[in-house]
Design a protein around this ligand. Structure first.
Ligand code: SF4
Ligand code: SF4
Length: 112
């Protein structure tokens, strides 16, 4: 995995990266920030939007029935953008995988 440069990435705000199968892991404290961003009590937030990670080490965000992240709205925007998890903020700058270029129209497309 290599880091993106500003020259080869321009986010199209399409939400495709929030619809691919996978898990968004929450770092300690991110559930509190997300709850605050959404105007919820943290226990209400975790009950509605979070699940125990498969390895039982921390929390992950739930999926919608269609597989998209539960925090993605119908317009393809993150409803908690101001507090979105580190894993989301880091894509595709600090991490990406072999499928990312096929999923993300902002990769390798320049600034257009
Ligand atoms: S938390 Fe927001 S940015 Fe991250 S996958 Fe969910 S909708 Fe997308
Ligand atoms: S798939 Fe790429 S272009 Fe679309 S919202 Fe995610 S990072 Fe931005």
């Amino acid at each position: 995995m290599s880091a993106s440069s500003p020259q080869d990435f321009h986010c199209r705000q399409c939400g495709a990266c929030c619809r691919v199968p996978g898990r968004v892991h929450l770092l300690p404290g991110e559930e509190t920030a997300l709850a605050r961003c959404l105007g919820l009590d943290v226990l209400d937030f975790t009950a509605r939007f979070a699940a125990l990670a498969p390895d039982r080490r921390g929390l992950v965000l739930k999926d919608k029935p269609n597989g998209a992240c539960i925090l993605l709205d119908d317009a393809g925007r993150c409803t908690a953008h101001a507090a979105k998890p580190r894993q989301c903020r880091d894509f595709p700058f600090s991490w990406r995988n072999a499928d990312s270029a096929a999923v993300c129209p902002g990769l390798n497309q320049g600034q257009a």
